[in-house]
Design a binder for this molecule. Sequence first.
Ligand code: NAD
Length: 410
Amino acid sequence: MSGFEEVNYYFRKAARIMDLTAHVERMLVTPYREVKVDVSVTLDDGQLGTFIGYRVQHDNSRGPMKGGLRYHPTVDLDEALGLASLMTWKTAVANLPFGGAKGGITVDPATLSPHELERLTRKFVERIHDIIGPQTDIPAPDVNTNAQVMAWIMDEYSKYHGFSPAVVTGKPVDLFGSKGREEATGRGVVLALEEYLKDAGGGEIRGKTFAVQGFGNVGSWTCRFIDERGGRVVAVGDAKGAIKSPEGLDVSRLVAHAAKTGSVVGFAGADAISNDQLLAEAVDVLVPAALGGVITEANAKDVRAGIVLEAANAPTTPRADEVLTARGVTILPDIWVNAGGVTVSYFEWVQNVQRFSWEVDRVNAELARHVREAYATLARVVRERKVSFRTAAFIVAIGRVGRATVLRGV
Ligand code: NAD
């Protein structure tokens, strides 16, 4: 299945339970707009670098479309389609007044200098500035993009449309970014787990063991919040490899090591393992926090964790989802678990639109409230309909997006 088909598989599973008509179903899965642009730029050595950029806008029935920009060699139209649709369902689960979008550039940014990266980003904005905007489509960081990239986007967009901080979120705090946005996704991931554990009688994070794949923004902040609550992070991986320490890794030292060397690999006192071994670690909670499609039909049988906490987008394929569910593994799904990022992005947008700034305590308190309220709704649907958390999340999201679509008139 392609990424888009995978999301639509989950969508249809929920839609069947909801008795949606075929017409409404088709309308809800069909993207609003797909854009593919040439973003060729001159490289530092004078050569021409040719790159392709994408922006898929999936649905805007509940508000401006919202979703990240990814710079990675795997970026293509299908990946953007799948992730854009996932954003529609995610913003609806979190009950934010946004729709869904996603995009990016097919590039390995590690091969570019900072100046090349800036030129590439500005060229991309030149190509898409007329279809994004504070009331239409608001990009944000994703894999290999960060606050600096968002600052360039804001600056370039403002050249065409006047000063527009609300066109993009995840900006540096000095440039009207929100306090608390940097760590928001990881914070939301850990708050989501806490809500579930409280409700399911699963105790607390303290004393539980974790394996985390990905040590970028989401993975590293997730590890820090687990550590803060007394959880034991025993294995961590990134694109270069993985490491393990049964007594628990010293997370703050690991953060410093990764910042210095660019990877978790080589961390003193830890054993090297493969990313495949990481997924099969005997831990309480497995946290995929890197790319999508990593838990597959082939390796799902090896997963020994009792809970899969989906910090990454679409980390579990539909077949793997079935295998894990049949084995009694609880999957806490991406469209709820990692919504902390887009939730604080929403707060950032609100602050920008109001030309106002919130203190970090207010950001964190509002985030916690959103996570709690979303969980209460999901848990009720899980109990009433006797479905998985993922199907419940899709049921809630489809209901909200479907009602908005119908009320606005087709
Ligand atoms: P990032 O670029 O900061 O970090 C990505 C991490 O994944 C890095 O540690 C990288 O080394 C690792 N990685 C890449 N390829 C890998 C591979 N083949 N095997 C193992 N590790 C690999 O990106 P991020 O922002 O942390 O995003 C991670 C995931 O979380 C993505 O799925 C993204 O869509 C999702 N997400 C991000 C946010 C956000 O606010 N940044 C919000 C919601 C969801």
